[in-house]
Design a protein around this ligand. Structure first.
Ligand code: ZN
Ligand code: ZN
Ligand code: ZN
Length: 378
């Protein structure tokens, strides 16, 4: 059975989501889109504050460019959705186990033939294809380019959350030297790190411990390799606190690092510092990538720097803006992103230094404070 319940909320968090909704509607109108459909995920959390369950029963937020907002949700999620969707007013449309949820959503979306509908880009294809079948004659596009311009510029509350979670991961990195000893396996170190991350975060997002030649693989999965004297060890860790992510890399050495490593590390440290120092409003994301890349290229490490310089961070650990060669996205106060150049020499070693930084009105504010110097443990 379909049930339509009008819901209203007030409060500071509701005001914040109301202003995000108003800005999204401006973006929709400017882009010529008539409505947007969002499934569970960070776009929905950003817009409505609702951390919905992604499951086979669709939960869909329907936002027409003009007109009332509807949340379509399964009957069994009704109590949660009524409280947790932090919008000033919306219709909660719940469906039962035998209803056609996508047909109900299509009817509630109520957009005419020829209308353009944007769909959040992490919506399950089963839902998108079902909506398309129920709404023939409409035009479809991804909502990614509509939400990203909003999400990539953080407000004061979001920046405070990012600073808190950055402080929490700093605290973990300060304790990493105690965990690294010759003979301990990557997996043992990773388990200790996960426990430390949980102390200051709500959850662990990822733990990379890459030792010796494994450090030449940027996203190495910690394995059974024991740390050995002479290893460089890349430790890249992150978690979530109040919904916002941390992501921070330092490279450590167990005993004396191999020939050539220290000189390469010094070049990396200088490249990372130069890229951070270049951050200011109006500079392009591509220019920041170029600063890091040119410095490493001058040190003979250009080919060993195999990834982009950084990524935005917020509700998602990887989100726009991309600090990517050639990007002409201008940096704007409130953007938060990683600056994480590295070098990776297969069969030998690798290193990366990663901080989260925020673009301020006149420059840059790094959120991570732990030393960039190579920390050598005995
Ligand atoms: Zn990464
Ligand atoms: Zn990272
Ligand atoms: Zn990162």
């Amino acid at each position: 059975m379909l049930e339509h319940t009008p819901i209203t909320h007030t409060g500071r968090d509701v005001d914040r989501h109301a202003s995000r909704l108003a800005r999204l509607r401006d973006v929709l109108t400017a882009a010529g889109a008539d409505g947007v459909v969002l499934a569970p995920g960070t776009d929905l959390r950003y817009l409505a504050g609702y951390d919905a369950l992604a499951q086979e029963r669709p939960t869909l937020l329907l936002v027409p460019a003009a007109g009332p907002v509807t949340l379509v949700a399964p009957r069994l999620e009704r109590a949660r959705a009524a409280v947790e969707v932090r919008l000033p007013s919306f219709t909660l449309l719940t469906y039962g186990e035998h209803d056609d949820a996508l047909a109900a959503a299509a009817a509630a979306l109520d957009l005419p033939d020829g209308a353009e509908v944007a769909v959040g880009d992490r919506t399950w294809s089963a839902f998108t294809l079902g909506l398309q079948a129920a709404l023939p004659g409409r035009r479809w596009r991804t909502a990614a380019g509509l939400l990203a311009p909003l999400r990539q510029v953080k407000d004061a509350d979001e920046l405070a959350a990012l600073a808190r979670v950055a402080g929490a991961i700093d605290d973990v990195h300060r304790r990493v030297p105690d965990l690294l000893r010759a003979g301990r396996t990557e997996r043992e170190v990773a388990a200790d790190l996960a426990a430390l991350i949980r102390e200051g975060h709500d959850s662990v997002s990822f733990v990379i411990v890459a030792s010796g030649p494994n450090a030449a693989s940027p996203h190495h999965e910690p394995g059974e390799r024991p740390l050995a004297h002479g290893d460089a060890v890349v430790v890249d860790i992150g978690g979530l606190l109040d919904g916002y992510g941390s992501d921070m890399t330092r490279t450590y050495a167990v005993g004396t690092p191999p020939d050539g490593f220290v000189a390469a590390y010094d070049a990396l440290q200088a490249a990372q510092a130069a890229a951070v120092a270049a951050v200011q409003p109006g500079v392009t994301a591509g220019a920041i990538d170029a600063v890091a890349r040119d410095a490493l290229t001058a040190a003979g490490l250009g080919d060993a720097f195999v990834h982009r310089t950084g990524h935005g961070i917020g509700l998602d650990t990887h989100e726009e803006p991309w600090i990517l060669a050639g990007s002409d996205v201008p940096l704007t106060p409130g953007m938060a992103f990683s600056v994480e150049p590295g070098f990776y020499l297969e069969g030998r070693y690798g290193a990366r230094i990663e901080d989260i930084v925020v673009v301020t009105d006149d420059g840059v504010r790094p959120l991570n404070r732990v030393t960039h110097d190579l920390v050598v443990v005995p």
